[in-house]
Design a protein around this ligand. Structure first.
Ligand SMILES: [Fe+2]
Length: 390
């Protein structure tokens, strides 16, 4: 049988400035009587959770609040959430937050319908996820992870010191992605920067990977354009709603660029390194993206030349190779402009390179990278990334 390339997502994408007001109506339209509201303490303190819960109350939708999500959510948290979900007789999920809360909600949904523990559902062939999760409304409060659009949840296994992926099937997708860019206007600039660069990394990695196809190419290119045009503005001027809107769309499109597949070397590195040093996924991925592109562009020069154009570089009169190099330079420049911390600032040290390279080389996201990459390749990329921070 021929292995078909396919693109499928069951998610309805709904977006507007102020879209949060529609949360209760969306829940009712899905038939939810008692969804579990999955979020974190930071958003409780910021007042955003109250805002969302008052919409549910006003709309007469009962809920169970689970506000224990922490960054890089661990297996135990997901399992606890799934136990509470069952105890309270919930019938759906609202994932409210950044990637951690939306991913936790997806993973809670997987365990709620299949039983066992989150650790049992790490992606494998055949996929252990065989049933759809309960109806999930994903409400992003950052513009970056694209988890509202992806078919993945990233969960941390503290025992193995790694993050692993659950998903790769439409069964884990949100029923509705309710995107309200107003939820992002008060984000600190460094969070805007890291998460926005993460969206760019999703677009660039998925665009240049071996499994790329016209659907994913199309959404990836527009995501890159929006990041190129609007990330600096959103970083410099948090209340600029046009920039926030476009960055929310960039995150959504970057998430859609995955299709059923995963990202590339930058994510193989950031997800494994994130299990070694607990640090923000966006900033870490951003810091690795330039060095990965510098390593990768030899494999797909035409596509890297197109990335340069999408990022707004003037490539007229340049050869394909020169234009491809411009893409790398443009990403390095953007990384500096939005003040992404160095690997050293994030808590890594050069003596960890052998360990980090070893872990990255075992990550399944390495498959399909535009340039063959093994342990030695990852050592080279890490050496470059550390040199930039020296
Ligand atoms: Fe990411």
């Amino acid at each position: 049988m021929v292995s078909l390339q396919s693109y499928q997502t069951p998610t309805a994408f709904k977006h507007a400035l102020g879209a949060l007001e529609n949360l209760a109506d969306e829940a009712k339209a899905l038939g939810l009587k008692r969804p579990m509201f999955v979020t974190d303490q930071g958003l409780v303190k910021a007042g955003l959770v109250d805002e969302a819960l008052s919409v549910l109350k006003k709309g007469g939708v009962d809920y169970l609040l689970f506000d224990e999500v922490i960054p890089n959510p661990p297996v135990a948290l997901v399992d606890r959430g799934a136990a509470l979900y069952a105890e309270a007789g919930c019938d759906g999920l609202i994932g409210f937050g950044g990637g951690s809360s939306m991913d936790a909600a997806k993973a809670i949904g997987v365990v709620a319908v299949h039983g066992g523990s989150a650790v049992d559902y790490e992606w494998a062939d055949p996929n252990p996820i065989v049933k759809p999760i309960p109806p999930l409304i994903a409400v992003p409060t950052t513009a970056g992870t694209g988890s509202e659009a992806t078919l993945w949840a990233v969960i941390t296994d503290p025992e193995r010191h790694i993050k692993f992926n659950i998903g790769g099937t439409p069964h884990i997708a949100a029923a509705v992605a309710l995107i309200d860019p107003l939820l992002t206007v008060n984000l600190p600039a460094h969070v805007t920067a890291g998460t926005g660069m993460d969206a760019l990394a999703h677009a660039i990695e998925c665009y240049t990977m071996a499994y790329a196809q016209p659907f994913t190419d199309a959404v990836a290119l527009l995501a890159m354009e929006y990041v190129g045009q609007y990330l600096r503005i959103a970083f410099a001027q948090g209340h600029n709603t046009e920039a926030r809107y476009k960055m929310s769309m960039a995150a959504m499109l970057g998430g859609l660029a995955y299709g059923t597949d995963s990202a590339g070397a930058a994510h193989a590195m950031s997800q494994t390194a994130g299990g070694v040093v607990d640090c923000p996924h966006g900033a870490l991925t951003a810091r690795l993206l330039g060095p990965v592109m510098e390593y990768n562009y030899l494999g797909e020069p035409q596509k890297f030349a197109r990335i340069a154009q999408a990022l707004g570089e003037d490539v007229r009169g340049l050869s394909v190779w020169q234009a491809a190099e411009r893409a790398v330079e443009a990403v390095y420049r953007l990384t500096e402009d939005v003040e992404i911390p160095t690997l050293q600032d994030l808590g890594f040290s050069e003596d960890q390179i052998p360990l980090l390279a070893e872990l990255a080389s075992k990550d399944p996201q390495t498959i399909g990278n535009p340039r063959d990459v093994d342990y030695r390749g990852y050592v080279k990329i890490y050496e470059r990334a550390f040199a930039l921070g020296a």
